[in-house]
Design a protein around this ligand. Structure first.
Ligand SMILES: Nc1ncnc2c1ncn2[C@@H]1O[C@H](COP(=O)(O)OP(=O)(O)O)[C@@H](O)[C@H]1O
Ligand SMILES: [Mg+2]
Length: 334
């Protein structure tokens, strides 16, 4: 449904040329929820803006819903919906007008537009909010309106740029349900960007990890995590000197990392090996303080790929503090 090959985009600013996206290639199948996961500035929004034909690539090609993003811009636009990071709704409009106007822009007659607005309002639990000014809606309500607005023309592919940024955990979980339903009930293909690890992990069928304008890993969340070599087992001994004794009777197929008082190693499916492991340790007679098994997170994946943690400080959760510079002062890089 989406296929990108060597997609790249640079921006020429007065000061320098910014290589926002440096040649990304990937495919998204029909009916998949794929997440672009990366820190701020990774190139997520720029990639989405190219795929949704808002900006042209500097090089590379992509097809969306079977159409070329440069040669068949209009056909691409007819088949996709886009929910931008900043939201599209006019703050002093009424929510219902927003939906109806969007439907009219897609060429629907007044009665058809009204019916479609009603239908979407029901699907996104907005019926009681249609007379309200957009500015008076909560963050979660406004996100639902943004998504409904992006769906008026029944697109086959929906792009969501940071759909839950700034929402509280409950509103985020709600929104995930709506996104899943679009896939499950309407067979829609969804590409979303996020810098939230839990969102990528819990919502996405597949994750493309993006950093510095490049896709550095692409797989299911489970496969990405298992690429780290399994769960992390941490054994703490009561006496620091005992760690070496624990390490010497460690479990087959593992490579223990031994420090005073602590032995740790990766073990696939550690939960199911735990009884056996405990028996081995018990037989060794070394007293243990604790045994901890942790599943690797996508944060561990990002850390192992880049040497940096992706888990963003909570301060970044608000509306984007430093969005891209206005395009008007910029020229396209050649
Ligand atoms: N219009 C623009 N002009 C100049 N630089 C830009 C523009 N848009 C994006 N960038 C830069 O490109 C990089 C990637 O930005 P973006 O795609 O918005 O990242 P993300 O969405 O992953 O946070 C950043 O360094 C950003 O400052
Ligand atoms: Mg962005």
């Amino acid at each position: 449904m989406i296929s990108a090959r060597g997609l790249a985009r640079s921006f020429k600013t007065r000061a320098a040329v910014v290589d926002a996206v440096r040649g990304v290639s990937f495919d998204v199948d029909a009916g998949e929820i794929v997440g672009f996961l990366g820190p701020n500035g990774a190139g997520k929004t720029t990639t989405v803006r190219m795929l949704t034909t808002l900006i042209a690539p500097s090089s590379g090609t992509a097809q969306v819903a079977g159409f070329d993003i440069v040669a068949n811009r209009d056909q691409v636009r007819a088949h996709i919906g886009m929910v931008s990071q900043t939201g599209g709704a006019g703050l002093n409009h009424r929510a219902g007008d927003e939906l109806r106007t969007q439907a009219r822009l897609h060429g629907m007659s007044r009665p058809t537009a009204a019916a479609r607005a009603q239908e979407l309002a029901e699907e996104f639990r907005l019926t009681d909010l249609l007379e309200r000014q957009v500015s008076s809606l909560s963050g979660g309500e406004r996100r639902r309106l943004d998504i409904a607005t992006g769906l008026v023309h029944r697109p086959r592919v929906l792009f969501l740029d940071e759909p839950t940024a700034g929402l509280d955990p409950q509103a985020r979980a709600h929104l995930w349900e709506y996104v899943r339903r679009l896939r499950d009930q309407h067979g829609m293909t969804l590409l979303l960007t996020t810098h939230y690890l839990d969102e990528a992990d819990l919502l996405c069928d597949r994750v493309l990890v993006i950093d510095g304008g490049k896709v550095i890993a692409a797989d299911t969340p489970a496969a990405l995590k298992s690429s780290l070599g399994g769960d992390l087992v941490v054994l703490a001994t009561s006496r620091p000197g005992d760690a070496a004794r624990v390490a010497s009777c460690h479990f087959p197929g593992t490579e223990p990392d031994t420090r005073p008082g602590v032995v740790q190693f990766h073990l696939r499916d550690a939960q199911s090996h735990l009884p056996e492991l405990l028996r081995v340790l018990d037989a060794s007679g070394v007293p243990l303080d604790s045994v901890a098994v942790t599943r690797p997170s996508l944060d561990d994946v990002f850390l192992s790929l880049t040497g940096r943690a992706l888990s963003a400080p909570r301060a970044e959760d608000g509306p984007h503090p430093s969005g891209p510079a206005p395009e008007s002062v910029l020229a396209d890089a050649p």
